[in-house]
Design a protein around this ligand. Structure first.
Ligand code: ADP
Ligand code: MG
Length: 337
């Protein structure tokens, strides 16, 4: 008799949750990304105790029918990719089909969703469906995750202060709002509204909501195009700088990414205009064929491998430098090789 057996789903989901659901912010990220993928134009996020007590995300996207609502909590259940081929042209934020299963396995979930034709309300505890009943036909999804890590006390112990956790979540929602100016985001913590964007598609208005009107007015718009990439965004005049590179937001095909080389290219585009050790506030949107941008590198999907990186860096440096130079009315300096 062998010793090896296949784990039960409830156990393997809990283990996977260790990767996907590190902290309340990770839950917010997965839920909001699902709302974006559902084509929502309005997303409201309501937190209690920085999300440790509850995280509620209400969207007006396409919703789910009753059958999908139940299947969505199963591991590897996704409507977003079908085959290996899809893996190399991912257009949605999610694709692993792991988030809801992982989140549900370490919390208590109440899901209300409707596609306009059927409406369903589902309660789960530790990943198990406790109750299911019909719900009103308001198209969209309202999901509430309560008592996160209630059944994994070791994980709960590692949570930092409310202030640290809420800081991470504000940062996340700021980036998503900058990434999607067409979506109205509202973030509430208890009775405080921490962010509201109007969803009218104006990137500068989103910048104003996050960094203040005065800073938003001191930003230079730019846009440029090369054979394979298109870029656009805003970056501050050299007088408005920060000591940290955290105020630079990079979006590749609608996905917030961290990319050291792109940060460096933005800073270098200022040449000598920027004081040493300082960084601008910038938002850069990069668009290119999904074939050129491999996001399937890490479960958090925040790292990305770019093909034709040299071409993109050159495009960033020349486009931003030109925009900054015109703003500063400075003479042209020879481009570095
Ligand atoms: P993934 O996003 O990787 O597909 P998830 O576990 O996050 O995996 O979600 C599973 C599935 O549930 C999604 O593929 C989608 O079909 C459905 N879903 C989740 N959240 C929503 C939502 N807010 N609106 C509509 N459908 C949703
Ligand atoms: Mg998802």
């Amino acid at each position: 008799m062998g010793h090896i057996h296949i784990m039960e789903d409830s156990l393997s989901n809990k283990i996977a949750a260790g990767e996907v659901v590190e902290r309340p912010t990770s839950v917010v990220k997965e839920l909001v990304e699902n709302a974006v993928d559902a084509g929502s134009t309005s997303i409201e996020i309501i937190l209690e105790e920085a999300g440790l007590t509850s995280i509620q995300v209400i969207d007006n996207g396409h919703g789910m029918d009753t059958e999908d609502a139940l299947v969505s909590f199963m591991r590897h259940a996704t409507s977003k990719i079908d085959n290996e081929h899809d893996l190399f042209r991912i257009k949605t934020l999610g694709f692993r089909g792991e988030a809801l299963a992982s989140i549900a396995s370490v919390s208590k979930v109440k899901l209300m969703t409707s596609n306009g034709e059927t409406g369903v309300e589902v309660y789960l505890e530790g990943g198990k469906v406790i109750e299911e009943k019909p719900a009103p036909l308001r198209k969209g999804t309202d999901i509430k995750v309560s008592q996160l890590f209630f059944n994994t006390p070791a994980r709960l112990k590692y949570m930092k202060t409310i202030q640290t956790e809420i800081g991470h979540t504000i940062d996340l929602i700021n980036r998503l709002a900058l990434c999607y100016p067409n979506i109205s985001f509202t973030l509430r913590h208890h009775d405080h509204e921490l962010l509201h964007t109007n969803g009218r598609g104006d990137l500068q208005q989103v910048l104003a909501a996050i960094y203040g009107i005065a800073n938003a007015k001191k930003m230079i718009p730019f846009n440029g195009e090369s054979a394979d990439y298109k870029i656009y965004g805003y970056t501050t005049i050299p007088e408005v700088t920060r000591a940290s590179k955290n105020y630079m937001s990079i979006f590749v095909n609608g996905r917030w990414v961290k990319h050291y080389t792109i940060q460096k290219a933005i800073i270098e585009s200022y040449h000598t205009f920027l004081p040493i050790g300082r960084a601008p506030i910038s938002v850069i949107h990069i668009e290119g064929d999904p074939h050129l941008t491999d996001v399937n590198v890490h479960p958090a999907k925040q790292q990305i491998r770019l093909s034709k990186e040299g071409e993109l860096m050159k495009l960033i440096e020349t486009t931003l430098h030109q925009a900054i130079r015109v703003k500063m009315q400075a003479p042209e300096v020879e481009q570095k090789k």
